[in-house]
Design a protein around this ligand. Structure first.
Ligand SMILES: Nc1nc2c(ncn2[C@@H]2O[C@H](COP(=O)(O)OP(=O)(O)OP(=O)(O)O)[C@@H](O)[C@H]2O)c(=O)[nH]1
Ligand SMILES: [Mg+2]
Length: 433
C-alpha cells in the first residue's frame, strides 16, 4: 500500500534494530519521534480518503450522491439502505488506493473524475457495520485520513453514536469532521438550537472545536445545499495533508540520520571482516604452534597484542556507540581469558596428537649403540595441522562468531534504514504527482 503508515513501519523496524546499538539517549529520542509520527496516522499518498459514518438514514449515501452530482449509490426510506460499503474513487484508480480498498474488504467501487484526489467510502450505518469503536480504531482509522460523521436533526443525540463511538474515540477527534444533514427540514431558528445542542453534546465528550458542516444532501425541494463548503474544506485538508506528508518524511529522515550518526553506520562499511578474521586466526594458530618443531610458541603478551589490536582496529573502524559495544564485550580481561583457554587447548592437543611411538626395533638399538643415524626428537612430533585446526575452530567459536554477530546486527540496522529510505522515496514520488 502506498501509505505513509508503511514508511513509519519501516522506520519502526529500523528502530528495533538500533536498540542496543544506538546510545540510550539517541534511541530514546528516535523512539519518541517515530511514536509521535505514528500517532498522526492515516496518510495515503496524495489522495484524501474519507469514510462516511453515522446512523442509518442520516444521509451518508445522499451526501455521496451530492458530491458526485448524480446517483451513484442507493438511498432510500427503507432502513438500512447501504448494506455493503462502497468506494467512490478517482479514475484511473491508484494502485495504493486499490490495495487499501482490498485491505478494507470494499469490493464495490465507483470510478469518478470530479475530484482526482478524493476517495469517499460510503459505509453501512454504524449499527450494521461496526460492532464497536474498536473496529474503527483498528481497521478504519489506520487507513483513512478521516471520518465524516453524518447526523440528522432527529437522531444527532443518538446515545449509541455518542456513547459507543464518539466518547471512546475522542483521542482521534483531529481526524473527524461532522455533518449535520437534512437541514432543509428545519427553520433557521430550529437549526440554531439543534446546532448549539449538538455542539454541546460533542463538548461533553471533550470534542471542543469540532469542524461542523450543515448540509441538505437531498432536500425535499431544490438543489443540495452546503456541499461546496464541504468540498472547499476537503481540498484544504488535502493540501495540508501533502505538507504534512512531507513533514512526516522529513521527520523520519531526521531520526534515521541521528541513528546513523550515533552508530557511525557509514563508517567502516568495508571492513572486510571475514578476510581479516581468517588471516588473524591463522596467524594466532601459527604463533601457538610454530612450523619448526623445536620453536617455542609465542608468549602470552605477543598473543594478547595480536588479538587486542585486532579488536581495537575493528572497533575504531566501525566507531561510535558500536565501538563501545565491541570494546565492552571484548575488553582486555575477556581477551586474556580467551587466550588462556586457547593456550590450554593447544597444550592438551599437543599432548594428545603425538603420533604413537613405534616399538623399538633391533635396528634402533643398533643405531643407538653405534651412535649413528637419527637421534630421537627432543620435541615430540605433533600433528601440527590438527592442532592448528582445533585452535582456529576454538577462536571462531569464542571470538570470531560473537564479533561477526555484532557486526551482523549493525549490518541489519543499515539494511533496515536503507529499506525505510526506499519506502520514504516511494511515498514522496506519490505525493509529488
Ligand atoms: N429532506 C431531506 N432528506 C434527505 C436528505 N438527505 C437524505 N435524505 C433522505 O433520507 C433518506 C436516507 O438517506 P440515505 O442517504 O439513504 O441515508 P444513509 O445514511 O445512507 O442510510 P443507510 O444506508 O441506511 O445507512 C433518503 O430517503 C434520502 O432521500 C436531506 O438533506 N434532506
Ligand atoms: Mg447509505
Amino acid at each position: 500500500m502506498s501509505d505513509v503508515t508503511e514508511v513509519v513501519e519501516a522506520f519502526e523496524l529500523a528502530l528495533m534494530h538500533s536498540r542496543g546499538l544506538a546510545t540510550d539517549d539517541v534511541y530514546g529520542e528516535a523512539k519518541q519521534a517515530v511514536g509521535s509520527i505514528r500517532s498522526r496516522k492515516g496518510f495515503l499518498g496524495n489522495t484524501l480518503v474519507l469514510a462516511l459514518a453515522g446512523g442509518t438514514g442520516s444521509g451518508k449515501s445522499s451526501l455521496m450522491n451530492a458530491f458526485a452530482g448524480k446517483d451513484i449509490t442507493m438511498t432510500g426510506a427503507l432502513r438500512p439502505t447501504t448494506e455493503q460499503a462502497l468506494a467512490w474513487v478517482p479514475d484511473p484508480i491508484d494502485a495504493g488506493v486499490e490495495a487499501l480498498l482490498d485491505d478494507l474488504g470494499i469490493r464495490r467501487r465507483v470510478p469518478q473524475d470530479r475530484y482526482p484526489r478524493l476517495v469517499l467510502l460510503d459505509l453501512p450505518d454504524h449499527d450494521s457495520l461496526m460492532e464497536s469503536h474498536h473496529v474503527i480504531v483498528d481497521q478504519l482509522l489506520p487507513h483513512v485520513d478521516g471520518v465524516v460523521w453524518v447526523v440528522d436533526p432527529q437522531k444527532y443525540r443518538d446515545p449509541k453514536l455518542h456513547e459507543q463511538y464518539l466518547r471512546p474515540l475522542v483521542a482521534y477527534q483531529d481526524q473527524f469532521v461532522f455533518v449535520m444533514n437534512q437541514i432543509d427540514k428545519l427553520s433557521n431558528k430550529e437549526l440554531d438550537s439543534v446546532r448549539t445542542d449538538f455542539l454541546a453534546a460533542l463538548a461533553q465528550h471533550g470534542i471542543r472545536k469540532p469542524t461542523l458542516f450543515l448540509t441538505a444532501a437531498a432536500p425535499a425541494v431544490g438543489e443540495p445545499r452546503g456541499i461546496e463548503a464541504l468540498v472547499d474544506y476537503l481540498s484544504e485538508r488535502l493540501d495540508a495533508k501533502t505538507v504534512s506528508t512531507h513533514k512526516t518524511l522529513a521527520d523520519l529522515r531526521g531520526v534515521s540520520y541521528a541513528l546513523q550518526e550515533d552508530t557511525r553506520l557509514k563508517q567502516g562499511s568495508g571492513i572486510e571482516f571475514p578476510k581479516r578474521w581468517s588471516e588473524l586466526r591463522r596467524a594466532i594458530a601459527i604463533m601457538l604452534v610454530p612450523d619448526a618443531p623445536d620453536a617455542a610458541p609465542a608468549g602470552t603478551q605477543a598473543l594478547f597484542t595480536e588479538l587486542n589490536n585486532f579488536v581495537t582496529t575493528i572497533s575504531v573502524e566501525t566507531g561510535g556507540s558500536f565501538a563501545e559495544i565491541i570494546r565492552a564485550e571484548f575488553d582486555e580481561a575477556r581477551i586474556e581469558e580467551e587466550l588462556a583457554g586457547l593456550s590450554q587447548l593447544a597444550d592438551e592437543m599437543k599432548a594428545t596428537t603425538v603420533p604413537e611411538a613405534e616399538p623399538s626395533s633391533f635396528m634402533d638399538v643398533l643405531r643407538a649403540f653405534f651412535g649413528r643415524g637419527q637421534q630421537p626428537d627432543q620435541v615430540p612430533d605433533i600433528d601440527i595441522g590438527a592442532v592448528r585446526q582445533a585452535i582456529v575452530r576454538h577462536l571462531d567459536a569464542r571470538v570470531g562468531a560473537p564479533l561477526a554477530a555484532l557486526l551482523w546486527r549493525r549490518a541489519e540496522l543499515a539494511a533496515t534504514l536503507v529499506h525505510a529510505e526506499i519506502e520514504a522515496r516511494r511515498v514522496e514520488r506519490l505525493v509529488a504527482v
